[in-house]
Design a protein around this ligand. Structure first.
Ligand SMILES: Nc1ncnc2c1ncn2[C@@H]1O[C@H](COP(=O)(O)OP(=O)(O)O)[C@@H](O)[C@H]1O
Ligand SMILES: [Mg+2]
Length: 400
């Protein structure tokens, strides 16, 4: 888990101070070091406690608060400053920033806004050797182009491979709300599901969210799909974004397994992701859907750039289409190839034991370990296969 931030709060207004305090108490990565009801006393408190971060409410006395920010910046330079106000006036924001505030947030303060600000402040203040403690979280969605293409195997085994590295903390979110089976792959009987989290979304805080996750032996934390199929249950994009923001605040990697419906919620997951792995196999229905999905996502540049094609079950004997032909059809590079290993996969699934434990020496497991390392490093050493030329469906007349 990330390093805990020691925070001191100052707000002369009892009601808003209580609001800020309650919010902070729900955040595990924040330790409320001190709270203060008067601007005049805060300097002493800060000098004594040397907090990592000060949260200063401006509303009780803007001038008093601004000079406190200036003073704090001068006398406790290591303390980052977040200000909160019900005003959204540009000149006030500017003044606060000029005095030394790093973030300007609004009342009523939303947890996800605070979490994002916290992440930004920590990233801005990081020095070379504490990078692992404060590095930005990576969100990876695993999306399939056809039923049974290997999305869940990939999400689960990638998550476990990432969890093998002690510097990583991993959450796996099963967004296949009806038929998701990541709990089966991991042989987990969860106490809570994403439905419990969604139903408590208005009062969810960091510790409640964490209690809703189930820890697996590999070290990863799973938030599974609802226990029962419930046609009345749906997860709104706002709720999902909130859950993602909270998970990002705790874990270095969030892996999301989605179904293949590409509905609003799944698209929101893709949008919130740094990388989307588009899992396909070398067959005609898959390749046709890769082309269709790329055309769809290419309309939206920021998403299109984040898509990475992964060919699963590579090397399957009865493959009808060669890799070169596939590259030609897709018109994009293939980011990764997961070898076919029916025996290892079936055994792993039937026993509910991930590949790293079930078949640690298998080629398919090595491929997942390398994929995890490459994604963590943010670069691909295994040079992607690039297309020779773009020619959609030109293979149709030529067979292979
Ligand atoms: N690399 C692989 N080699 C052999 N079989 C695989 C491989 N990856 C997945 N499978 C098999 O494919 C089937 C479907 O995988 P699954 O991950 O459940 O797909 P999805 O989530 O896309 O529906 C599973 O039975 C799994 O054992
Ligand atoms: Mg699945």
């Amino acid at each position: 888990m990330k390093r805990v931030v020691r925070l001191a709060v100052v707000d002369p207004n009892d009601a808003t101070r209580a609001h800020l305090k309650n919010l902070m108490l729900g955040v595990d990565s924040v330790w409320l070091e001190a709270e203060c009801a008067q601007y005049e006393f805060f300097m002493d408190v800060a000098l004594q406690t040397q907090p990592d971060m000060a949260m200063i409410s401006l509303d009780a006395n803007q001038q008093g608060a601004l000079s406190l920010i200036e003073n704090l910046k001068k006398n406790v330079p290591s303390c980052s400053i977040i200000v909160v106000s019900s005003s959204q006036e540009g000149s006030l924001i500017l003044q606060a920033m000029r005095c030394g505030a790093q973030e300007f947030l609004n009342f009523p303060l939303k947890l996800e806004d605070f979490m994002s600000a916290l992440d930004r402040v920590r990233l801005a203040g990081r020095s070379g050797n504490d990078a692992s403690e404060v590095r930005e979280s990576q969100v990876i969605t695993v999306a399939g182009v056809n039923g049974g293409v290997g999305c869940t195997s990939e999400a689960v085994n990638l998550a476990c491979a990432l969890a093998k590295n002690e510097d990583n903390t991993i959450a796996l979110l099963d967004l296949d709300l009806a038929l998701g089976d990541s709990d089966v792959w991991l042989d987990i009987i969860p106490d809570y599901t994403i439905q419990d989290v969604a139903e408590n979304i208005t009062r969810i805080d960091y510790s409640l969210l964490k209690r809703s996750l189930t820890k697996h032996d590999s070290g990863l934390f799973l938030l599974p799909r609802p226990v029962n199929i419930d046609s009345n249950f749906s997860l709104g994009t706002d709720e999902l974004q909130r859950i993602i923001a909270l998970l990002k605040a705790t874990f270095t990697h969030l892996i999301i397994d989605i179904s293949k419906s590409y509905n609003e919620m799944e698209l929101a997951a893709i949008e919130a992701s740094d990388t989307t792995l588009l899992v396909a196999q070398l067959d005609l229905p898959c390749l046709r859907n890769v082309v269709r999905l790329i055309q769809f996502f290419d309309q939206d540049e920021p998403i299109g750039d984040k898509l990475k094609i992964v060919l699963n079950r590579f090397g399957l004997n009865d493959t009808q289409i060669s890799l070169n032909k596939a590259l030609e059809i897709i018109g994009r590079e293939v980011f990764w190839k997961i070898p076919n290993d029916f025996a290892a996969m079936v055994e792993s699934r039937n026993n509910g034991i991930p590949l790293i434990t079930q078949a640690p020496k298998a080629k398919v497991t090595k491929s997942y370990m390398d994929l995890a390392a490459t994604l963590s490093a943010g670069k691909s050493d295994n040079a992607p296969e690039a297309p020779a030329k773009k020619s959609l469906f030109s293979f149709l007349g030529s067979g292979k």
